[in-house]
Design a protein around this ligand. Sequence first.
Ligand SMILES: Nc1ncnc2c1ncn2[C@@H]1O[C@H](COP(=O)(O)OP(=O)(O)OP(=O)(O)O)[C@@H](O)[C@H]1O
Length: 477
Amino acid sequence: QSFPQKRRCAFQVTPQNNKYITAGNVSGSVQLCEDSKCCVGYFLIIDGHPEVDLLACDMAEKSCPDATCKAKIHNSRLIKCVCNTDLCNTSITWTTESEEPRPTYSYSVGNNMKAVLIILTGVLLCFMIVAAKQRSLFKKKKKNPPLLDDYSVSQLCSCQTTTTSEIDVADLELQQTVGHGHFATVWQGKYQESMVAVKVFPGGWKHKFTAEKAVYELPLMKHAGIVHFLGTGRKQDGGSWLIVLQFAEYGSLHSYLSKHTTNWMMSLKLCRSLSQGLSYLHSDLHRHDVHKPPVAHRDLSSSNVLVRADGTCVLCDFGCSTILCSCSGCRCWQSHATNMKGHAQLGTLRYMSPEILEGSVNLSSSWCLMQADIYALGLLLWEIWMRCSDLFEGDIAPQHLLPYESELGADVTLDSLIRYVFHMDKRPSIPKHWELLPQGSVLQELLTDCWDGDPDARLTARCVVDRLVSLQSFFSP
Ligand SMILES: Nc1ncnc2c1ncn2[C@@H]1O[C@H](COP(=O)(O)OP(=O)(O)OP(=O)(O)O)[C@@H](O)[C@H]1O
């Protein structure tokens, strides 16, 4: 199943041509086209140079065969171009009508506009920081999306990676299997006298191995909330590909919650470490000359979160993740994952956000991908608190259930989820009696602010951490 995506065009109008506002929703300098797949650009020629007169979505569905905005001068003052890729109207290639179509002048939207874009981005970041602080005070305030629809996807960026980390497989001993996923089998094993987990990908899944390895090998990926990566290798028979990881003693969060209940402090520890891991994964870090780009996980579920012996969570399984690279100087992000074709590759069905279920999300937008992770984070916090004895009468927590398991059954279907989550805007039920608990209303608000139907109204992972920290200080025994 493919996702119908709306065209995004650069947007700039004057009072004379503001009828183009009706061509689609405008967010800052970007317009999401309502009916057309074409972007248009009109440029006035002033002193022999093109100046932007109008950038927008085309008003009606017409043919626009060119991927880039190529214009022909059809009068001496105004040139027009039409093109069919996202934000293609930010640059124009200009040829004269009398000539063969050879570029006589190439023009990118001028420095003034670039400066405006950079300033807007700065304003946005400040706004997001302020919003995060306000949210940590438990005020529910709608947060605007980034003004530039979080930086356009560019072909120009490249990501730094650390040097590859091949291990000597002769030092590796596989002992017993501890998990089976769709693509790999996970073994408990020994590497240089330490207990490790070894994720074994059959030879045919090399691309999944390579995608996951690329995330683990990013610079600055060591964090307490992300499973510690030890290296990669290839089985001596030359067939399977191996990723060696720190061993998480309790296994997946799903199996932990199925076997254990927690008390309030234990549940907070799980929630906090989980949110900190996600916040770190989403962060864009520059330390000295090293850059860690933001990463959207895109398959958060209680099977892809592990629990360590100290009762903290770590994130694992980055096989569906998207690395959002930015190149220095310009803020443009690059999606490394190209697996955007079907639901099966977009994560685990029951954790998919309403906008992904419905197919309306712009999968080339880093902001959208990260906000879809926050929806899944909300479901995970719910799963954890539903096993916290201190939140239930007589200290008896119900047995562990997956999100929507009681409402839609153990084997949910895409159709039932779309109906329930998208059309009916329903979420897992929050026990009524939580209202009477000292922390109940805060928990409720945190969950609803994570799984809000509007991705732009959801918290950021950083805000979730802040709220959990405040919760701990308010309600510790
Ligand atoms: N480091 C680890 N320590 C202990 N158990 C682990 C570890 N890594 C994975 N597992 C176990 O193996 C299971 C599968 O791991 P993982 O999700 O990485 O595999 P996968 O093939 O990518 O799965 P998926 O079907 O979600 O894509 C986990 O749910 C967990 O039970």
